[in-house]
Design a protein around this ligand. Sequence first.
Ligand SMILES: Cc1ncc(COP(=O)(O)O)c(C=O)c1O
Length: 378
Amino acid sequence: MGIYLDYNATTPLDPRVLEVMLPYLQTIHGNASSVHHFGRRVRTAIDHAREQVANLVNAHPSNIIFTSSGTEANNLALKGTACHAEVGRLMISRIEHASLYTPALSLERQGWIVDYLPVDNTGRVKQDYLTIPPDTRLVSVMTANNETGVIQPIADIAEYCRTHNIVFHTDASQAIGKIPVDFTATGANLMTLSGHKFYAPLGSGALITDKTTLLEPLLHGGGQEKGLRGGTENVAAIVGLGKAAELATDELEKRQRHTRQLRDTLETLLHTLSSVNIFAESVERLPNTLMISVAGFTGETILMGLDRLGFAVSSGSACHSEKTEPSHVLMAMGIDATTAKSAIRISLGNQNTPEDIQQFYQALKQQIEQTQLLMALG
Ligand SMILES: Cc1ncc(COP(=O)(O)O)c(C=O)c1O
């Protein structure tokens, strides 16, 4: 099957998660809104999952709104807040995920002014947030970046926003389950979570809310999720999300240690390859994430070459209309387009082993050397 090194794209479903989900796909059925005992049984399961998710991020169960994904939670945070405010200004960082910056662009089309917080050459949001225009209604900065893994000064930004009466949202999709994330201590008003980044099923997520922030639902319906997310609950996905959250709470330290050791070993090995550059090496990053560039290659070429050898990584660039664009994250860091286009991301997880790292290193080295030889031969 090959070696999977793309956990930031999605994690495999944990078998222990699948086990608790299966009864809700096979034998236990019911609509959580029904008052009879079929309904009450699934309602109890959802309530339990809400507690498990709340526990993972130190929130109250009533703070959790289940959604279909991190994308939906990001949309709800931005558009749901904007609906309750006069058209005005909002601010996002330059390195947000598409599921955050595209709703911001959509609000821009509706008349909102969108300001962008720059990042420095290590990928950290600059202290410019201290000069957020006073009429800003909402600020959104991710907790950790999906490409570089760089962890952002979220608590400081939240504090600034609180004292200036600005709603603060953070997309914690990549951080939750990888590093400790404390909703209450962070002081954010809204926080996004995506289940399939920590071994829960695809299509599960949540928006965590402080409940004082007014939100307009994206999906109006039968009053589910306190009226903030209509639609009959996907019980199996929610139960799976709850179990994955419980496991992430219990195993967080072990998971961090495991991936950090592997990542550090890989970094040490990569230092021996002169054409490899490691991004954001000097700053605090997610323990599982490593973004590199390989001089003389494009990320796509390396990715395809590694794929043929059985390794799954991700390239830093995104394909839009058949054109390969360099990563907006690296561009925001001031990296030149050629280097940015030569980037690949390696993101590690529970199932990776020291052997995976050695084999990956050998494969990358071989690929670089072969290409260099071919080029030297003309
Ligand atoms: C930082 C970040 N936010 C949001 C998302 C979207 O989450 P989902 O896939 O659950 O919609 C992703 C997924 O890659 C992500 O990396």
